[in-house]
Write a protein that binds this ligand. Structure first.
Ligand code: ADP
Length: 255
C-alpha cells in the first residue's frame, strides 16, 4: 500500500481502465473447482486473476493437540501458507506474522458458519496453500476453504464468498491486483453472505473517507455475490460428476 508509483505507470487511464483493462467495478477472471484432491475429505482449487490457491479440509476428526478439545463443539484449525515460489522473490518458508494472522481470521470466519455443536471434541482442519500470489489471497483462500468444507460434507449455514475493494488513483475499485495493492491508497478485504447479509470478515489497510468506505463495502458485496454463484456452480459440477461416476460403477457391476 502506498509505495511510490513508478514513473509512467497509470493505475487508471484516461478511458477509466485499469492496468489489466478492467473497469473499476470488475473482478479478475475467476475459476473454482471442487474436489481436486483425493486424500483430503474435501478440497477446492481457486484462481482469481494470477492467484492460484488450493484448500484441503480434514475432519471432523479427533482434536490434536488434546488440550484444545472443546466438549461442547468442534474447533476449526486453519493453516494458511504461502509457498516459497508463490511470489517474485523466494519467500522464506514457514509461518510468519502475516500467515499466522491470516490463518486466524479465516478460521474465525469459518467458525461462524459451520454447525460446530454437531461435532463436540473434534477438530476441523483447513489447509490453504497459496501456489501463486497476486494480492487478495486471504479472500481467495477463504472462498476456496468454504467450497472445500462443503465438498467435505460439513454442515454450514452457507458458503462464504470473499473479495476486496480498495482505492487506487483516487478512485474506489473492486478486487485489487498486486500493482494496485502496492501503489494504491487503500485495500479492504471483505467476506459476506448474500443470503443473510452478514459480514464475516472486514479488514482495512490504508485510508479512505467515510463515503469511499461505504462505496468500497458496496462494491465488495457485489463482488461476493458473483463469487457466491461461482462457488455454487463448482459444487453442482462436482456433484453431477460424482453422481455420473457412481452410476457408471453401478452399471459396470450389473454387467
Ligand atoms: P492478501 O494476499 O490477502 O492481499 P496482503 O495484502 O498481506 O494479503 O499481501 C498482498 C500481496 O503481497 C500478496 O498477495 C502477495 O502477492 C504479496 N506478498 C505478501 N507477502 C509477501 C512476501 N513475504 N513476499 C513477497 N510478496 C508478498
Amino acid at each position: 500500500m502506498s509505495m511510490e508509483i513508478p514513473e509512467g505507470m497509470q493505475l487508471i487511464n484516461s478511458e477509466g481502465r485499469r492496468l489489466d483493462g478492467r473497469r473499476p467495478d470488475e473482478l479478475r477472471p475467476i475459476k473454482i473447482e471442487a474436489g481436486v484432491l483425493r486424500r483430503a475429505d474435501g478440497s477446492a482449487y481457486v484462481e482469481m486473476g494470477k492467484n492460484k490457491i488450493l484448500a484441503a479440509v480434514y475432519g471432523p476428526r479427533e482434536c490434536h493437540p488434546r488440550h484444545l478439545q472443546d466438549p461442547t463443539r468442534a474447533i476449526v484449525q486453519c493453516n494458511y501458507s504461502m509457498l516459497s515460489f508463490s511470489v517474485d522473490e523466494r519467500k522464506r518458508p514457514g509461518p510468519d506474522r502475516r500467515s499466522i494472522e491470516i490463518s486466524k481470521i479465516i478460521g474465525e470466519a469459518l467458525e461462524h458458519v459451520i454447525f460446530l455443536e454437531q461435532f463436540p471434541r473434534t477438530s476441523i482442519d483447513v489447509y490453504i496453500a497459496v501456489l501463486q500470489a497476486n494480492a487478495g489471497t486471504r479472500c481467495a483462500g477463504l472462498t476456496a476453504a468454504s467450497v472445500a468444507l462443503a465438498d467435505a460434507g460439513i454442515p454450514m449455514r452457507d458458503l462464504v464468498p470473499a473479495c476486496a475493494a480498495g482505492k487506487i488513483a483516487g478512485k474506489v475499485v473492486l478486487d485489487l491486483m498486486k500493482e494496485e495493492d502496492n501503489y494504491g491508497e487503500a485495500d479492504l478485504p471483505l467476506a459476506y453472505i448474500p443470503r443473510t447479509g452478514e459480514i464475516l470478515l472486514l479488514q482495512m489497510d490504508g485510508h479512505m473517507t467515510q463515503e469511499e468506505f461505504e462505496r468500497a463495502i458496496e462494491l465488495a458485496k457485489g463482488g461476493c455475490m458473483k463469487i457466491y454463484e461461482l462457488q455454487k456452480e463448482a459444487l453442482r459440477r462436482r456433484y453431477s460428476v460424482a453422481a455420473d461416476e457412481a452410476m457408471l460403477r453401478e452399471e459396470t457391476r450389473e454387467v
